[in-house]
Design a protein around this ligand. Structure first.
Ligand code: PMP
Length: 292
């Protein structure tokens, strides 16, 4: 069972400029986005009826589309407005927004210059993705046999669907071995991120996270760096070896859906049970998003 299992209609969906019923939010089987991965997406949270850092998510979506060569016909303002219109129509207080952009079926060539761009935004009802007991205990990660690729072998600056083939394989591998998630190293052997979250460690009171050149520069990651600086915690983006992570005093993951999630162990190596900095930053994050 996934926390994102969808067992009933959650419509309407904003699609190419208008709200359509859930069952009509479909695409053609020959869509280039589906066949050739010309597809980018976002994931944002709704807290108290408002999308957290909506503009940052919309900006990242536009940037992702640009990197992938997908022509966008909507401005930043229009994307934000469409998202707000949908959230209002859905009447959601707590939820998750999934905008997705892909090239259509009008051109089955590799570059597909004639394929039209489609944009859909769905808003799902979503409460706490991570049960309180899992948040309290922390998650167990397994270092993946899959590695994040080099920048000249994948469009790493984009939140593009193509990256999630690797993420899905890594997650299935970790879960099949009885772990909660996978820790991905990059092609050089540095720590990159988990399958849908960024990683942080605490060592001697300082907060460290990998430079986001082989990982997504998460919006939650950026918020946590800001919060740490506000607390006068030394916070740096740096290169981390797996050994640095295993020797850390605390470690946690960050992401829109998971928020701040402590790591209990990596490959069977346990972290100390006390997590003062993780706990403090979690409190700060929950107040920032209006959850505390
Ligand atoms: N890394 C990956 C691979 C992700 O899919 C996500 C989720 N979007 C993150 C990190 C965290 O990013 P954010 O904080 O923007 O949700």
């Amino acid at each position: 069972m996934s926390f994102f299992s969808i067992d009933a209609a959650q419509g309407p969906v904003w699609m190419d400029g208008r709200l359509v019923p859930w069952d009509e939010a479909t695409l053609h089987a020959l869509s280039h986005g589906l066949n050739n991965a010309s597809c980018v997406f976002e994931g944002a949270r709704i807290y108290a009826g408002k999308v957290f850092r909506l503009e940052k998510h919309a900006r990242r979506l536009l940037k992702s589309a640009e990197i992938m060569g997908i022509t966008m016909h909507y401005t930043l303002a229009r994307l934000c407005e469409a998202t707000e219109e949908l959230v209002r129509a859905r009447g959601l207080e707590s939820g998750y927004v999934r905008p997705v952009v892909w090239k259509g079926h009008e051109d089955l060539g590799i570059a597909a210059p004639h394929a039209k761009t489609h944009v859909a935004i769905a808003a799902l009802s979503l409460g706490d993705v991570v049960p309180a007991e899992v948040r309290a205990a922390g998650v167990r990660l397994k270092t993946s046999s899959w590695a994040r690729p080099a920048p000249n072998t994948a469009p790493l600056g984009a939140k593009a669907s193509c990256h999630y083939a690797l993420g899905s394989l890594a997650m299935r591998e970790a879960q099949a071995a009885g772990f909660d998630d996978a820790l991905l190293l990059d092609y050089r052997g540095f720590v990159a991120e988990a399958t849908g979250t960024n990683i942080f460690i605490v060592k001697n009171g300082a907060l460290l996270t990998p430079i986001a050149d082989c990982a997504l520069d998460g919006i939650t990651r950026q918020a946590v760096l800001e919060l740490a600086r506000r607390r006068n915690i030394d916070a740096a983006e740096t290169r981390l070896y797996p050994k640095d992570v295993c020797e850390a005093d605390e470690a946690f993951l960050t992401g829109t859906a998971s928020e701040i999630l402590p790591i209990r162990a990596i490959d069977g190596v346990n972290f100390p049970a006390a997590r003062p900095i993780t706990d403090a930053l979690t409190d700060d994050y929950f107040s920032l998003v209006g959850k505390a």
